[in-house]
Design a protein around this ligand. Sequence first.
Ligand code: NDP
Length: 329
Amino acid sequence: MSFNALVVEKDDEGKTSVSVQQIDTDRLPDGDVTVAVEYSTVNYKDGLCIGPGGGLVRNYPHVPGIDFAGTVEASDDPRYKPGDKVVLTGWRVGEAHWGGYAQKARVRADWLVPLPEGLDTRRAMAVGTAGFTAMLAVNALEDHGLVPGNGPVLVTGAAGGVGSVATAILANLGYEVAGVTGRPEQESYLKELGASRIVAREELAETVKRPLEGETWSGCVDAVGGAMLARVLGQMKYGSSVAAVGLAGGANLPATVIPFLLRGVNLLGIDSVMQPYENRLRAWKRIASDLPMDKLEAMVQPATLSDLPRLGADILKGQVRGRVVVDVN
Ligand code: NDP
C-alpha cells in the first residue's frame, strides 16, 4: 500500500530538494487517526517548509502541508470513526510532524476538528489556516469591543490569504474595510471582497516619525508586522485594538509605547497553532456562517502537488493572491 506525497529531502551538504514520491503506508508517523486527505492549501509557513533550507522543518525526509481536510480512514480514538469528515490546522503538523501534502496523513485525534456544518472539504481548505486565523483575529477584535459603525477597520496584506478572508468576513459583518496592498492591480479584487477603500503600501511604509498620528482606524487585522504595524499603532482610534497575526513585512516592531499609554490601544496577539479545541469550534462555526461562499470562491486558485514548489516560492515573495486549494489526489 502506497500513496503520493510531496517529500522534502536534505542532502549531506544541507541542501534541500522537493519531489512528488510514492510512500509506503507503513512509513506514516505515529498517531491515532489515519485520514484520506482530499485537500490542502498553501500558507506562508508552507512556503518556508518547502523552500531552500527547509524553514521550520525538524527532520528529513519530510512531508509538508500545515493543514488538510479529508475523510477518516481508520481511528483508534472513540471521537472519530471511518467516514467522518475532518479538518486539521496547526499543532506544528507539516513542520514537526508529516502534514497534508499527501494522499494520507496520520495524526493525533486531539489535533482534529469535525468538518464544520455548511463547508465541504474543498471549501474548508479554501479557508485553511490563513482564513481560520483571520476569523480568530476578528473574534479577538470583537471580544475587545469592535462593533460596526465606528469607522474603518484596516486590513494589512489585504490581497494575501489572511487579508482576503479578513476583508470578506469584516465586510459581510457590516464593517467598513480599508485594505492595505502593495499590488495596486488587486484593487478591483479587494473591492469585490468588500473593501471600500484601498491604502497603498507605501503610505504606511515609512517608519514612525511621530508616535501619534490622526485617529483613523477602529480596528486592524495585521498580517504584515514590522514598520507597518508600528505605524498603524499610532493611527488607531482611542481604546481600539490591533490583532497582530503575521510578519510578512518583518518581525521587528520599531514602535513606541505612546499609543498604548495615551490612547489605550490594545495589541492582541493571534496564534492559530495551539488554540484550544473550543475556540477552534467557535471560529469554524463562524466561518461557515459569516464568510460568504461566493467571496470565498473568488479568492481561490486550484493546484496539485506538483505545483507546490513554485507556489511555495511565490507566497514567500508575496505574489500569491487570496487562497490556493491543493487537490492532493
Ligand atoms: P500571504 O503571502 O498570502 O499574504 C501576505 C501578504 O502580505 C501579501 O500577499 C502581501 O499583500 C503582503 N506583503 C508581503 N510582503 C510584504 C512586505 N514586505 N511588506 C508589506 N506587505 C507585504 O500569507 P498569509 O496570508 O498566508 O500569511 C500572512 C502572515 O500571517 C504571514 O506572516 C504568516 O506567517 C502569518 N500567519 C500567522 C498565523 C498565526 O497563527 N499567527 C497563521 C497564518 C498566517 P499585498 O500584496 O496585498 O500587499
